[in-house]
Design a protein around this ligand. Structure first.
Ligand SMILES: [Zn+2]
Length: 166
């Protein structure tokens, strides 16, 4: 699978693999196992909680992607509300030389969205676009220091200023 070609740390790669297999513990999966679960998406509280919705289609996730993709000059890469993970990332027509970097940033964004979801579900945090952008930025600096991200323009500094909200 293409996403494996990213330079993301192993845990994050493993996460994106699980997400692609829809194995993260979102409501649809918990329900199948008869575990207690919140029925709605913890970000928007509107849509059913599936991993595709949480990471791509949710109004909050799409705000994040739109900032990231806009920064790359690829606003049309922002996922549609009905987007599905594997179909979405295989549909992006990424130049060969940019693939590793792109997969790494996509993994970083998806991973950060997932961590924010956990913060809401387990720690009572409130959904926040600016918090997510700040986390992507901070984690992105770590990844850059570790040479996981190599291009200067992959993530700008002060991402939250680009969001135009909050
Ligand atoms: Zn949602």
């Amino acid at each position: 699978m293409e996403i494996w070609k990213s330079r993301a740390p192993a845990t994050c790669k493993f996460f994106s693999w699980l997400a692609a297999q829809k194995r993260c513990w979102t409501a649809d999966r918990l329900q199948r196992r008869l575990l207690p679960h919140p029925a709605a998406c913890p970000f928007c509280d509107q849509e059913p909680k599936t991993i595709d919705h949480l990471l791509l289609g949710c109004v909050l996730a799409r705000q994040i992607w739109s900032v990231i993709m806009g920064n790359w000059g690829k606003p049309h890469w922002t996922p549609e509300p009905e987007a599905e993970l594997v179909r979405w990332w295989t549909s992006l027509n990424i130049e060969k030389t940019k693939r590793k970097e792109t997969w790494t940033v996509i993994t970083l964004v998806a991973w950060t969205l997932w961590k924010h979801r956990n913060d809401i579900v387990f720690n009572g945090a409130s959904p926040s676009v600016s918090t997510i952008l700040r986390q992507i930025e901070a984690e992105g600096q770590n990844w850059r220091a570790a040479a996981l991200l190599r291009e200067a323009r992959s993530l700008p500094t002060r991402l939250d200023r680009l969001s135009g909200s909050e």
